[in-house]
Structure formats: C-alpha cells, structure tokens
Design a protein around this ligand. Structure first.
Ligand SMILES: [Zn+2]
Length: 201
C-alpha cells in the first residue's frame, strides 16, 4: 500500500455547484425529503459523460445497487449502476448513478482508465456523478467513514463553472437547487418523474 498517490478529477465539472451537491449535511434530500448526510460530492454532468478513475487501484465491485427505502422501487434508490475501487492508498472509492460500466471486479485501473459513463440511475434525480472517498476499505458509508472529496482531489476553481443545467425534466429541480435564496425549497411536485424508468436510468 502506498501512503501517497496521485488523485485526479473523474470528470471535469462544468455546471454550477448546488448546495445539494456538497459533502456534509443536506437540509433536504431530493429522494427522502428530509435532512440527511451526504457522504460524497455530486458533479452534475450531461448524460453519458466519460468517467475516469480518480487514482490507481483495483475494482472490487461493479454493478447495480438497488438498496431500497420504504415506498421506493429498487430502480430509483441506492447508488444505481455503480463501481467501487480500492485505491492503492487503501481508500475505497465509489462512483454512483452511472449509465454504463466498462470495468469488472478484479480489473486494475489508473487515472486514465475510463471506467464508465455518467447517468441518472438509482437515487439520482439530476444526471450526475456521485464520487465518494472512504477513509479505508470499508462497506460503511456516512460522514464518519468518508472524506470530503474536495479535500482529496486537486484544487479546482469552481468559479469557472457557471453553466446552468437545462435538460428536461431535470432542469426544473436543478434550478431550485441552484437558487441562492432557497436551495432546499424543492418538493416532490418538482420531482414528479422519480418513479419513471424513462428518466431514472
Ligand atoms: Zn451524491
């Protein structure tokens, strides 16, 4: 195990960062509609954007995560199509809500390996990549077991990310999430498509 390894961004962010995207406590969660921890960082991305591994490592899981919560079908909760990689520094990294997966368990990857494509699968309501970096090789998620990806990935100047996400039907929710007055003011009515396999995919 190496103590220090090179981290790079899995995709280059281009859309404005919303409060809901950030690591930490979310005051309103767009699947559960209550306060909840967010153990990763969300990078809004066009559907089908290529995702690279953030570091050298080995794929330990690749497939669909259909963890469910009361009242929701497996297809629209959990990490969706996701990949877990054990980085060479001993940290486990999760890439979630993908549309396509190009790697399988046991594959060795580095920073240039394209591991999949972004999507809106599982508990996602706007196409994005959820990147989660766990302190160790653990199944546990939550803030106690994870690091803020922005403290691990290279410094990135988000003031350059001014683009607004405009793909319907997700754009209505994104606009609410990106508002400066009330970024937590979205309701179930704004996310009427959450039970639809046409949009959660
Ligand atoms: Zn996330």
């Amino acid at each position: 195990m190496e103590n220090s390894i090179n981290y790079t961004w899995p995709i280059i962010p281009k859309y404005k960062v919303c409060e809901h995207d950030k690591y930490g406590i979310r005051k309103n969660h767009y699947v559960l509609f209550k306060e909840r921890e967010h153990s990763g960082f969300d990078i809004t991305a066009d559907y089908g954007t290529e995702v690279k591994s953030v570091a050298k490592g080995k794929v330990i899981r690749a497939g669909f995560d259909g963890t469910t919560t009361e009242g929701l079908e497996a297809f629209n909760m959990g990490y969706g199509n996701s990949i877990e990689i054990l980085n060479d520094d001993g940290r486990r990294c999760v890439y979630a809500h993908l549309s396509e997966i190009f790697v399988k368990e046991g594959d060795i990857v580095d920073n240039n390996t394209i591991i999949g494509k972004t999507g809106c699968s599982g508990g996602s309501r706007v196409p994005h990549l959820h990147i989660e970096i766990r302190k160790e090789n653990t199944e546990e998620t939550g803030l106690d077991y994870t690091l803020n990806p922005l403290e691990v990935l290279p410094k990135f100047d988000f003031s350059k990310c001014t683009l607004e996400f405009s793909v319907q039907p997700y754009a209505e929710l994104w606009k609410k999430m990106s508002s400066s007055e009330d970024p937590w003011g979205f309701t179930k009515e704004n996310i009427w498509y959450s039970e639809s396999r046409e949009y959660i995919k």
